[in-house]
Design a protein around this ligand. Structure first.
Ligand code: ADP
Ligand code: MG
Length: 360
């Protein structure tokens, strides 16, 4: 197990990058704490695999250093980094049995037969393939083969880090939940540093202690699921996390108040903001009223989704969502919205800014 440090790291696939836009991974400084479980979350093409492959040594970064427990491994091949990596699509030896596939990383290191047997049995159980251990991998479904790949990633107990790159993509939906649970259990049992890449917020939020959100080659926020929900550091995080995502309102910031259209909104703190300024308010913090001092709004429809209702509105010409808890009534004749003060985030040029004297 190791702490992984990224120092001034950046990567371009171009031989002669000119501007920031030429970088698939924009400059990044970060410590991945020893023994922590991270999810690396972002939409397709934002640079997740690029970052993971630099950590594993499949890719040499065009700039910066990678350190494992303080030792520079930037130029070291994957084999010398003592890590396990599981990819999106299965990598298995077809002519070997499931057991031989799982045993491979251990046999390679000359482990004794009894210990190999014990570990293979444990992992066979985790991936729910105990009954098929002596079947040849050839002829198994893509789903089963991917479970073998996962198992091979989990079989070693002494690795510096476990890296998973969207490992459940080809897995049957009902098995996904089960395997994610097993990965969490593995983390609890062995305390490996784990990085789990996904574009699925549910997967990220249920798996990880900390979520690293990437957008367009940049890490935009690293935080607990609660941080991402309550204090999205970038408008992308607000939009990407949560369903529906955070509402954004163009606003002029005037110290402790903001103007949204013709309405004055109390911010509950004093802000200095310039550039493109917006208020971000999650649907859970939108309040509905008939009349009063709020921002004019029209309800378009109400969706009952079991535990709560999603109210779809138009506010200042934009689609806006409110989430109303079970047992809370939508006021008859609703034509205004207001914001719960604790749910207001202020953004300047898409980055969240803090109120004066506020640490966060
Ligand atoms: P993600 O894993 O988040 O989907 P990637 O790290 O694979 O994203 O890709 C980030 C960006 O780098 C994308 O624009 C992609 O097209 C580009 N890219 C990835 N691999 C290569 C490569 N081998 N050569 C050139 N461009 C690449
Ligand atoms: Mg990828």
């Amino acid at each position: 197990m190791a702490k992984i440090t990224l120092e001034n790291l950046a990567h371009s696939y171009l031989p002669d990058p000119k501007s920031e836009n030429d970088f698939a991974l924009k400059e990044l400084n970060h410590d991945w704490a020893d023994g922590e479980a991270y999810a690396l979350l972002g939409s397709s093409g934002c640079g997740k695999s690029t970052l993971l492959n630099i950590i594993s040594g499949l890719l040499i970064p065009s700039q910066g250093r990678v350190l494992f427990d303080g030792t520079d491994v930037t130029m070291s091949p994957t084999a010398d980094r003592n890590i396990a990596q599981v990819f999106q699509f299965p990598v298995v030896y077809d002519t070997m049995t499931v057991r031989q596939n799982l045993a491979f990383p251990l046999k390679n290191r000359g482990m004794d037969a009894a210990e190999i047997k014990r570990r293979v049995q444990r992992v066979g159980k985790m991936i729910d393939m105990e009954a098929e251990l002596d079947h040849k991998a050839r002829g198994l479904t893509a789903d089963a083969k991917q479970k073998i790949s996962l198992g091979r990633g989990m079989v070693r107990e002494d690795v510096n880090a476990l890296l998973f790159d969207e490992p459940l993509t080809v897995i049957d939906p009902h098995m996904k939940w089960e395997l994610r649970t097993q990965l969490k259990q593995l983390h609890q049992d062995f305390g490996h540093t784990m990085i789990y890449v996904t574009h699925d917020q549910t997967e990220a939020l249920t798996f990880a202690d900390k979520v690293v959100v990437m957008y367009d080659g940049r890490v935009v926020q690293i935080g607990t699921p609660q941080d991402l929900f309550e204090r999205p550091a970038h408008t992308f995080v607000g939009y990407f996390i949560g369903s529906p995502g955070m509402n954004l309102f163009e606003a002029t910031i005037e110290g402790a108040t903001a103007r949204v259209g013709d309405t004055t909104v109390e911010l509950g703190g004093t802000y200095v903001a310039s550039g493109k300024t917006q208020l971000g308010v999650r649907p859970e913090f939108i309040r509905l009223s008939a009349g009063g001092t709020g921002i004019p709004a029209q309800i378009n429809r109400v969706e009952d989704v079991g535990r709560h209702k999603i109210v779809r509105l138009t506010v200042e010409g934009h689609e806006t969502n409110a989430v109303i808890g079970e047992g809370v009534d939508i006021p008859a004749g609703t034509d205004r919205i207001s914001f719960a003060p604790e749910g207001i985030n202020v953004y300047a040029n898409d980055w969240r800014i803090s109120a004066k004297g506020d640490a966060a």
